[in-house]
Design a protein around this ligand. Sequence first.
Ligand SMILES: NC(=O)c1ccc[n+]([C@@H]2O[C@H](COP(=O)([O-])OP(=O)(O)OC[C@H]3O[C@@H](n4cnc5c(N)ncnc54)[C@H](O)[C@@H]3O)[C@@H](O)[C@H]2O)c1
Length: 326
Amino acid sequence: MAKGKRIMITGGAGFIGSNIANALCASNTVMILDNMHSGSVDNVEESKKLGAEFFKGDSGSIASTHFDPDVIFHLGIYSSTPMYRSNHKLVASVVSDAIGVFDFAAERGIPVVFASSSSIYNGHSGLHHEGLVPKVTDYYTEARIAVERLAELYASMSGLDATALRQFSIYGPHDEKKGIFGNLITQFMLSMGRGEQPVIYGDGTQARDFTYVSDVMDAYTMAAKLKGFNLLNVGRGESYTINQMIEKLNEKLGTEIQPKYIQNPLKNYVDRTEADTSKAEKVMGFRAKVNLEEGINKLYDYLLESGQLGTAAVQKNTEDKSGEAR
Ligand SMILES: NC(=O)c1ccc[n+]([C@@H]2O[C@H](COP(=O)([O-])OP(=O)(O)OC[C@H]3O[C@@H](n4cnc5c(N)ncnc54)[C@H](O)[C@@H]3O)[C@@H](O)[C@H]2O)c1
């Protein structure tokens, strides 16, 4: 992305949005709009120190910021399925916010790149490509499909440049602030670091396409240049079972913790996600760079340096270092 741009990030106090804000604010003017529903105060403070401005409000109130952006990254959308399970009226807010953002952008000719989700592929097996017809099984997914369809409508009726990024299981720094809504890699690294058994729904053979947050950030900046309406997968393009992921965490943490398997309490639980990213590669040259081992290493270093890893992992790290010294 060219430098010296004015960038609006809705949801910029959240996990992904704050990573984007922190990376871009050194060479651009960044405004964060967030209603702090699941955003973290720490993330905002960090971004503000790095130069970002902050406005508290719903994404749909974008005009109230009086910020005049060159591009909008719209991630300020309620971010987890359970939130909608307890309040399905969030679907209406998500659509209303999207209309606010798209109206604002279309009137001013500003491109919008927005967060969509791999959950749209729930119920489909095999490699997930953008041409699959969604089978809606929950309110969270319905909200994402509605926003994608609205974006396509604005593109055809008002000439809006809008790109939906269907993101696959993202993890990385600041994900830990999401607590139980965070990625399993983050949750398990923290719990296993404390010496606790990770709790797994079913037998652990379910698989996820785990994607490191810096790759997602790249996708947003690449998509900012696209014209018209685009629907693109953003994933690593390879899947690991939860059992395999736990094995890698044990290796990294130097632990031998066995998972605790329990009966799956969730309906519509997804068995496997795996992104076909060939369209994103063709349209904007996107290809995820960080593999699972590298991503786990980066997250480990971040959690260790920020003092968030428990004693089991810290002890291992100290032993490793003393081993190196000898
Ligand atoms: N993390 C993932 O694996 C993943 C996967 C697919 C899609 N997504 C989507 O990406 C986006 C960012 O996710 P995240 O993981 O950073 O989650 P997050 O909860 O950390 O970030 C979402 C941010 O948006 C804010 N927000 C929510 N609703 C808002 C509203 N109406 N107005 C203004 N701000 C609002 C929250 O306070 C929070 O700061 C979300 O839309 C999420 O659904 C995330």
